[in-house]
Design a protein around this ligand. Sequence first.
Ligand SMILES: C[S@@+](CC[C@H](N)C(=O)[O-])C[C@H]1O[C@@H](n2cnc3c(N)ncnc32)[C@H](O)[C@@H]1O
Length: 301
Amino acid sequence: MSIVEYKAIVEYGDRAIIFVGMNHFYPLVVQRGQVMHSKYGAFPHDWMVGKTFGSKIWARNNKGWLYILHPTAELWTLSLLHRTQVIYSTDISMIISELEIMPGCLVIESGTGSGSLSHAIIRAVSPNGKLLTYEFHNERADKAENDFKLNGLNHLVTVHCRNVCQEGFDITSEADAVILDLPIPWEAIPYAKQALKPGGRICCFSPCIEQVQRSCMCLRDHGFIDVKVLETILRPYRVKKMELPIANTGNCESFQSNERSDPSTSHHENKSKRELLSTFPVATTPGHTGYLTFATFYPQE
Ligand SMILES: C[S@@+](CC[C@H](N)C(=O)[O-])C[C@H]1O[C@@H](n2cnc3c(N)ncnc32)[C@H](O)[C@@H]1O
């Protein structure tokens, strides 16, 4: 069982993501004899085994339900236990694309934090690439390592517990990309330069613009080129059928065609309302998360 290899049927020991309603996801390892309790009811794990991923499962009370989903990097980001701030899929997609992370790449990341970004990188580099992830907080490093194991990813990732601002990384001129999600990324930039191969790319994720300024200066001082800063803002849209009043502008044709299309409605309704497909941005959109600073490393002649 692995996030990077899809399988159809749920078995004991599988990692699954449980969906119980809009934006409510929980990670779970399916275990013999265990019961998942929630406000929607009790769900014996034994009832999940043998079902196809994506199935709806009813609670013992026959009222509540859940869907059992195959884990993906995106679902993991939505369901993981937050031990730190995490990077979400909108920023992750920009990072993976800008750093050109693809199967076979060797990628360095620090800090590991809750492992949200790590899972997406691992999926992007699989089946033959590798992520080296560095975290100086002992417990976080251990928990991330355990998550990678339970999610069937430990052959694609190595977790190092260390302060990268003091000790740097383990490799020289080998990494395709380095991602720094640290409070003081500029202290790790000289080590990132050492680890990157010629043409390798770096990304610093920083919530504050003052961090961005220092990172940009440091990147330039160390000979990085193509320095650019982005902020990704997601603007989701909804498509919905709506009945809208039509203004009488004297355009007889539109009133006549409306009448022809729906003879069942009353004369008055026909003339004043029309069902239309409407598209609009959702009321609450996610705001600022962080700035993404990208640059490329080429050794100086
Ligand atoms: C914001 S979190 C990273 C979140 C992660 N990108 C994710 O998506 O889950 C920052 C992490 O960097 C770690 N950290 C901070 N300074 C560090 C350093 N000098 N060396 C290694 N890890 C460090 C912190 O312990 C923390 O877990």
